[in-house]
Design a protein around this ligand. Structure first.
Ligand code: KG4
Ligand code: ZN
Length: 345
């Protein structure tokens, strides 16, 4: 089965072509980072307008790279939600038009399901059941994944997502958007124990996250030490690297501890890390170390499959097509918030 997938839930316009769930024939990603950078975050209205401009050429490039025409496509897989409504609508409307004109069936794919199964795009694949930590600018969630059809949220952030915390702290420090890459770079020159920033563990045994208290704590510290903390004209202050390293350590400590705790609670041996924050070298190192110490195997797909992409939507879409009831109708709509089931823990 040849699947053409489209992802447009946030600030990447992406299209991929995949044969079954194994052979990735094309994977095109057009990032809007330059457009949103000067605003310090994604501006939804600008994002949807840019998707509108980019979707046609991105899909066309994916077909060209895969060396196929639309007539060879057996199914369309489209991100249905969660995400920015205007952005999602561009992808879904485009897919509906293709589907109607070319008579190609389509399925809606949950963006989080895409992330959860992105681990299968790597050579070394996890086995069911596994725990997945999805940490990005929009999500910080833990999932218990038992099959391609069954997965549930077992923990989520109660306020900011991990990547969002990196982006906001970068802004406080006068660093450019997105904050994650620059903070992790500066952290390598800083002391992670220099400043004691708080870790929010929430209730005992809770698998939820909270990063807004940490962000406020960094903001308070920076306000009290403005001269040495803030970056001016791209020159970090004498304390900037220590603040970055201490903040980063607090985030990755909580993320990795809760992922390992989740695997223990569910008696699971495989742990998957994905989402844009998975690009953080310290998070990768710590999760790997803690996984090994607990006899677990940690899977980290290549970064191009961790950040938003359409290859993961193609793979999850292929498995939706395997469930006959999942094939959707033309009155299908997008959704902004997750509809995933949550078990009573
Ligand atoms: O998955 P992604 O590309 O887009 C979504 O948010 O869905 O993730 C982007 C997020 C941003 O918040 C960015 O700051 C963060 O991932 N990020 C990082 C790193 N690289 C990107 N966070 C921490 N360390 C990094 N090296
Ligand atoms: Zn995402």
């Amino acid at each position: 089965m040849i699947i053409l997938a489209i992802e447009s839930s946030c600030d990447e316009t992406a299209a991929a072509v995949m044969e079954n769930d194994e052979h990735l024939l094309a994977n095109i990603i057009n990032s809007q980072i330059d457009l949103h950078g000067k605003y310090g975050g994604v501006v939804p209205e600008l994002a949807s307008r840019k998707h509108l401009e980019d979707i046609y050429p991105v899909v066309e490039r994916a077909l060209q790279e895969a060396n196929i025409t639309l007539d060879q496509v057996d199914g369309l897989a489209i991100t249905q939600g969660p995400g920015l409504i205007g952005s999602l609508l561009v992808g879904l409307s485009f897919a509906k038009a293709l589907s109607l004109v070319k008579k190609i069936p389509y399925v809606g794919v949950d963006h989080m399901a895409g992330h959860l199964f992105s681990a299968f795009l790597a050579e070394k694949k996890p086995s069911f059941p596994y725990i997945a930590l999805v940490a990005s600018g929009g999500h910080s969630s833990l999932f218990h994944v038992t099959s391609f059809q069954q997965f549930s949220v077992i923990g989520r952030t109660r306020d900011d997502a991990a990547g969002e915390a990196f982006d906001k702290v970068a802004k406080i420090l006068g660093l450019p958007y997105p904050g994650g890459p620059i903070i992790s770079k500066l952290s390598a020159q800083g002391n992670p124990s220099a400043i004691k920033f708080p870790r929010s563990w929430l209730a005992k045994d809770s698998l939820d996250f909270s990063f807004s208290g940490l962000k406020t704590s960094v903001a308070n510290y920076v306000n009290q030490h403005r001269e040495s903390a803030v970056t001016t004209d791209m020159n970090p202050g004498p304390q900037t690297a220590d603040i970055c390293a201490s903040f980063q350590e607090a985030v990755v400590d909580v993320l990795s501890s809760k992922a390992i705790r989740a695997a223990k609670n569910f008696g699971v041996k495989d742990v998957v890390l994905c989402g844009g924050v998975a690009a953080n070298p310290r998070l990768r190192e710590l999760l790997l170390e803690r996984g090994q110490n607990n006899g677990m195997e940690v899977f980290m797909p290549p970064i191009e499959f961790c950040t938003d992409n359409a290859a993961m939507i193609a793979l999850a879409g292929f498995h939706r097509f395997q469930q006959k009831a999942a094939v959707t109708t033309y009155d299908m709509d997008v959704y902004s918030r997750s509809t995933m089931p949550q078990p009573n823990l």
